[in-house]
Design a protein around this ligand. Structure first.
Ligand code: MV4
Length: 490
């Protein structure tokens, strides 16, 4: 493998290219007209413009991307995450063009893309599953029978959905018919596939996922777990590794279950197996993501591995250079997604120019970003500006370092999720590790953030007033109001 084309933009394109370069591999960037001046374009050895700003006309155009690979003589394509990364047809076209797709086979992507096929495969490999069914439910009577068997509330999910898309909670049998009809019609119009299935609804679960890595020689290992419960509308905001509620036994059981899911679909490369964990720490398979994930750096910081390097080695046909028993967890890592969104305004995307952009630096701080000062944040793509990742010997140390890093991060021109990250790091429930997927709806309000901001601002105003009064006092010989002010400020 001599030259890799990265079919992505922003921080992940840069992150993949950095590893490729370190491994002595040439890099090719593709970019839309909105990204001409982007760091990923400047960093790459070569770059090809693939179309207008909207991703449907650029980053989602598999044909143009494969053509760019041909033009530049790239022999492999890394899809990053999002865009074409879990598109089985694209993976197949890459292969048919005689190029290497740095990722799993089209067959694995396809199987895990269907949540029903994934459940069926996982079930055969003895992976714990939420009580429910592994086949499409089309008629009301079957649905009622399942509801009675598993008990309400239940959840109707779209087979072609995933990541929270196309889910409906049903509290009582009386609501079942209406919700079924809606779920089927929504799934049909959103995904072109009306298949739905039913699971018992697990209330207040934690979202814990296991990183797996598989080579083409039959070796599959798990690289431990990531806790991703701090989510807002199915968008993760804070991730950490390891997960605080794990015991060595649960970790091994979950890791081995994840490896079985990977084996069930003949997986190769980097993948993530998602689980729900209930209050009794039972875990249940949810779905498998057949790509490198946004939050992979926390796993890198606790294992010491470079997951992109592993992906490239596996894609070259090499054997994984480690076995399960060689792997250990070192310390604790936390990631905050720094998005151009305004936490004061219901996380509305915030676009504009980065008039000031100074990421923090330090031995235990890693910033994966794709922007620099002076750049415009385009409206066309994902609002992720950067990922702020910190490492500590302990979780408490990691939290402390994250707070310092957030405070040192300077961004002006667009609103970001940095203050929200500070809110999470300061929250007693987070600090104590007592949280689940309900954390944000339960604790977060824009007012809570405003109050936190208000206190330092009030103190600064009071201090300024005091200095002003002291100054005035020095100028006048008599100070008639001194006593009343000093009782207030001292
Ligand atoms: C569930 C669930 C409760 N019970 N399944 C949401 C994303 C998709 N991957 C599956 N999801 C859920 N499935 C059962 N049977 C609750 C969720 C869920 C959730 C899961 C992970 C992270 C955040 C979440 C927020 C709300 C609901």
């Amino acid at each position: 493998m001599k030259k890799i084309l990265v079919a992505n933009r922003g921080e992940i394109a840069l992150r993949v290219m950095r590893t490729a370069r370190r491994m002595g591999i040439q890099t090719v960037a593709v970019y839309s007209q909105a990204d001409r001046a982007s760091p990923h374009v400047r960093f790459a050895d070569e770059a090809v413009c693939i179309g207008p700003p909207p991703s449907t006309q650029s980053y989602l155009r598999g044909d143009k991307i494969i053509e760019a690979a041909r033009q530049t003589g790239a022999d492999a394509i890394h899809p990053g995450y999002g865009f074409l990364s879990e598109n089985a047809a694209f993976a197949r076209q890459v292969r048919e063009a005689g190029l290497i797709f740095i990722g799993p086979s089209p067959e694995s992507i396809e199987m895990m893309g269907s949540k029903l096929a994934a459940k069926e495969a996982a079930k055969r490999f003895d992976v714990p599953m939420v009580p429910g069914v592994e086949e499409a439910v089309t008629d009301l009577e079957t649905a009622k029978a399942i509801g009675r068997r598993v008990g309400y509330p239940i959840l109707i999910k779209a087979s072609a959905g995933g990541g929270g898309k196309g889910m409906r909670v049903v509290e009582r049998e009386e609501d079942l018919q209406e919700q079924m009809e809606r779920a089927i019609s929504e799934a049909t119009s959103a995904f072109g596939d009306g298949s739905v299935f039913i699971e018992k609804y697990v209330s207040s679960p934690r979202h814990v996922e296991v990183q797996v890595m598989a080579d083409t020689h039959g070796n599959v290992v798990y690289l431990f777990e990531r806790e991703c419960s701090i989510q807002r509308r199915h968008q993760k905001v804070v991730e950490e590794a390891p997960c605080v509620i794990m015991t060595p036994d649960i970790r091994r059981a979950m890791g081995e279950a994840a490896v079985r899911v990977a084996r069930a679909c003949n997986y190769t490369g980097a993948g993530t197996v998602e689980f729900l964990v209930d209050a009794e720490r039972n875990f249940y398979f949810l779905e498998m993501n057949t790509r490198l994930q946004v939050e992979h750096p926390v796993t890198e910081l606790i294992t010491g591995l470079d997951l992109v390097e592993c992906q490239i080695r596996v894609a070259r046909g090499e054997e994984l250079p480690f076995r399960q028993e060689d792997l250990r967890i070192h310390g604790h890592a936390i990631e905050l997604r720094v998005c151009a969104e305004d936490p004061q305004e219901n996380f509305l995307p915030s676009t504009g120019t980065l008039t000031r952009y100074r990421p923090p630096k330090g031995e235990y701080i890693r910033v994966d970003d794709g922007y620099s000062e002076g750049m415009e944040v385009p409206i066309f793509y994902d609002p992720l500006l950067a990922k702020l990742i910190v490492w500590g010997q302990t979780r408490a140390e990691a939290i402390q370092r994250m707070k310092q890093a957030i405070d040192a991060y300077e961004v002006e021109g667009v609103a970001t999720t940095l203050p929200f990250g500070r809110f999470v790091m300061d929250h007693p429930a987070f600090v104590e590790g007592h949280f689940d997927t309900g954390f944000i709806p339960k604790y977060y309000t824009p007012e809570a953030l405003r109050e936190k901001h208000a206190l330092p601002a009030q103190l600064a105003a009071l201090l300024a007033l005091r200095l002003h009064l002291e100054h005035k006092q020095q100028l006048s010989l008599s100070a008639p109001r001194q006593s009343s002010w000093s009782t207030r400020f001292e």
